[in-house]
Ligand binder design. Sequence first.
Ligand code: AMP
Ligand code: MN
Ligand code: MN
Ligand code: MN
Length: 276
Amino acid sequence: MLQYDLHCHSTRSDGLLSPADVVRRAAARGVDVLALTDHDELAGLAEARAAAQAAGIGFVDGCELSVTWNTETVHVIGLRIDPDNAALGEGLATVRSGRDARARRIGDALEQAGIPDAFDGASGFVTSPRLISRTHFARYLIESGYVRDMKEAFKRYLTSGKPGYVPHAWASLTEVVGWIHGAGGQAVIAHPGRYKLSPAELRSLIGEFRDLGGDALEVVSPSHTAAQFNEFAALARAHGLKVSCGSDFHGVGESRLDFGDLPPLPAGSEPVWAAW
Ligand code: AMP
Ligand code: MN
Ligand code: MN
Ligand code: MN
């Protein structure tokens, strides 16, 4: 059976490896088909695709798009999108453009909390001039000794209600599903277990996504427990959605799952790649 990994990041967003190194690591660890899904960014796809060809593995053009749904940030993955699609490219440029001002506000908020120079510090970890994220702030907080690891950085400073959290309006669910489909791709709700939504709100999100023509739910993810794999597979089936899986790999030492370590999809679920 082919090993699919349809969610990971490179230095073009908040990952630690270049697109080519991401692909080489995935191939060396037994992944047969890989999607690179940088946050709000397509710039790594050409390099990754060439590396996949050289390594002899399958490659899927992907992206992880930031969405604001009912004040909650939700991530939607686009798979098999055309990286040259103009509307998608322009939409992503707009989404990215809010990140710099947001990062300055995160820096100010952390300063208020007694952590000076965090904007400059985080900027030192940025690997693409086009994209700064909370992950870069987390790496600075770790390096400066404020926290021990990523988990603590987010838990103490960077999530909703914490001193370094700044609310931000990303794209709408409708826009993002439209961009993905307009670019010939499939839309997948990433790590549904991560959102601070009640079970009723989650069903409402998934129902709205399905009504917009959304394609799949990411079921197997390091953000989920084994029980949640089955729970979300059942939820996908109940809504007529397919299922997906991905390591959400960002780098060695930072990610709970490395390439090649993904558990299989729950039996009886229809994978998003069924018709590929
Ligand atoms: P941003 O797009 O700037 O809001 O940053 C979101 C990124 O932060 C995610 O893609 C993850 O890489 C990272 N992240 C968010 N929450 C956590 C967490 N609790 N632990 C570790 N990383 C996280
Ligand atoms: Mn990330
Ligand atoms: Mn995500
Ligand atoms: Mn991700």
